[in-house]
Design a protein around this ligand. Sequence first.
Ligand code: AMP
Ligand code: FE
Ligand code: FE
Ligand code: ZN
Length: 303
Amino acid sequence: MSEPIDLHTHSRASDGSESPAEVIAAAARAGIHTVALTDHDTVSGWAEATEAATALGVGFIPGIELSTQVFDEQNDFEPHSVHLLGYLLDPEHPVLVEEMVKIRSHRDNRLQLMVDKLAKDFPISWLEVRAGIPEGATPGRPHIAEVLIAKGIVRDTTEAFEHILAGDGPYHVPHYAPTLETGIRIIREAGGVPVLAHPLSRGGTPLTDVRGPIDEAVARYQRWWELGLLGVELHHRENVPEQQPALDDVAQRLGLIVTGSSDYHGSKKPNPLGEHTTSPESLRQILDIATGVRPVGHMPAGV
Ligand code: AMP
Ligand code: FE
Ligand code: FE
Ligand code: ZN
């Protein structure tokens, strides 16, 4: 692809290692034509990214990755974390703003609780972890990983997430998040385009994966589509390849927009920019629907 489009990246506004301007500069160096910044539960990186994108001639799509959860009705309503991307949403929409503040504050408490549990077994303290979280950034487990690496307790983030920070591990503490249904509604109300992030993640939720009868998967996605879901991130390194054809089928049947992205986190994840990309047709569909804010710069050919 001559003008690659990458619609999922993180900066120091959440759990990436680079400033928003550095993410845009890295995208320019990687030959990415248009990039979205999708920090967890915050839009605080948009202004700096907009300035950098304008200066460097990179197309910029303001976005977010909203933390949500679904409850498995077949299984004692067990909660599962689901990430929801939102593009071109109004950053000042009051309900969105209120929800972002609420999630970030719970994430802060939750990270502190995790560190307290870890401190019983490892030489680590909340003061050390907090020192590595930039002012106002959305706190996440990668901020703990950074300290574990610095102390030689693990080699890298991947190793940290294999056991010590694993979602089903002994130190994990969940955090508040709105339901997926609420997340979809808020993003739509803010004029944005909701796209389900990495729905086939390894160890992900049995509700977004598509193993089993295709009609059951279509029925689950149809409910989200009726609530306003507009797309699925089909191409992503964490999506198990064997289920991708079935998810593509579900997307085609419901007319969901299909995207692909890197989920770049700088040095905090191995995913390189442009590892997966989105077609100009899919970006065109996103731009046609969004009414919250406009993209920055000129869009690639075919959009
Ligand atoms: P949290 O938001 O605190 O629940 O932490 C989840 C975040 O950690 C995700 O958004 C990813 O960015 C990151 N993450 C999850 N698994 C891994 C992994 N295996 N390696 C590196 N980062 C990961
Ligand atoms: Fe992340
Ligand atoms: Fe995610
Ligand atoms: Zn992400």
